[in-house]
Design a protein around this ligand. Structure first.
Ligand code: 13P
Length: 251
């Protein structure tokens, strides 16, 4: 049985004070929640302060990005070790906003993923097609390309620490959630791809999150799908009420 994992990607939102306010509301409400893994991914500047606020709670900390080098002349970048130093357990890699706005390629995603694993951070690797790709019936080609590109050179053993998030770009921030059938179809495809490349045991254990306009009123039907193991939440993770509503919808 795979444990449900709900992660909040705060994107470029919230000052340190605002982040701490939100976290205080969450940690109290979540103290009795044992059956769902909860992760929040604030901006870099808030990570360390938030890590102290969630100490002893059920909430884990994640970052939204990293660079693969350990240190050096890479202005504006941050390493896996630095994220560990700020008490992160998780890191998002290859989010569609990184791929589309900052032109991150599969090769970048792959190098970042290897750096995260080396530092014992748990990576959440994001994959997903754009609207025009779906309209041209290229969804499965794009997903295959993203998944195999990201995981190139990894072993079955590496896969046990990786989470994949399927986020169709057309569903992100649009209010247009994928139907449970559309999401399930892609999740099953990803699991099959992992089974073919790394074996069925690894594939059965792999957690695959859905992301894209997840809200308290649609989480139940999504999480009821056999291959959907959680959600990566954007907008609805910025308010305690809606993020808690999503977590409670999984219990
Ligand atoms: P929304 O939930 O705002 O659609 O964002 C999804 C997302 O990009 C999470 O990483």
């Amino acid at each position: 049985m795979r444990r449900t994992i709900i992660a909040g990607n705060w994107k470029m939102n919230k000052t340190i004070t605002e982040a701490l306010d939100l976290v205080r509301g969450l940690s109290m409400e979540l103290k009795d929640v044992k059956d769902v893994d909860v992760v929040i991914c604030p901006v870099f500047t808030a990570l360390y302060s938030v890590s102290h606020e969630i100490e002893g709670s059920n909430i884990k900390l994640g970052a939204q990005n990293l660079f693969w080098e350990e240190k050096g002349a890479f202005t504006g970048e941050i390493s896996a070790q630095m994220l560990k130093d700020a008490n992160c357990d998780y890191v998002l890699i290859g989010h569609s906003e990184r791929r589309n706005i900052f032109k991150e390629t599969n090769e970048y995603v792959n190098r970042k993923l290897k750096a995260a694993l080396k530092a014992e951070l748990l990576p959440i690797v994001c994959v997903g097609e754009r609207l025009e790709e779906r309209q041209k019936n290229e969804t499965f080609d794009v997903i295959r390309n993203h998944v195999t590109g990201a995981l190139e050179g990894l072993s079955a053993d590496d896969l046990k620490d990786i989470i994949i998030a399927y986020e169709p770009v057309w569903a992100i921030g649009t209010g247009q959630v994928a139907t449970p059938e559309q999401a399930q179809e892609v999740h099953a495809f990803i699991r099959k791809l992992i089974a073919d490349n790394f074996g069925s045991e690894v594939a059965e254990k792999l957690r695959i999150q859905y992301g894209g306009s997840v809200k308290p009123d649609n989480i139940k039907i999504l999480i009821a799908q056999p291959d959907i193991d959680g959600a990566l939440v954007g907008g609805a993770a910025l308010k305690a009420e809606s993020f808690l509503g999503i977590i409670k919808g999984c219990l």
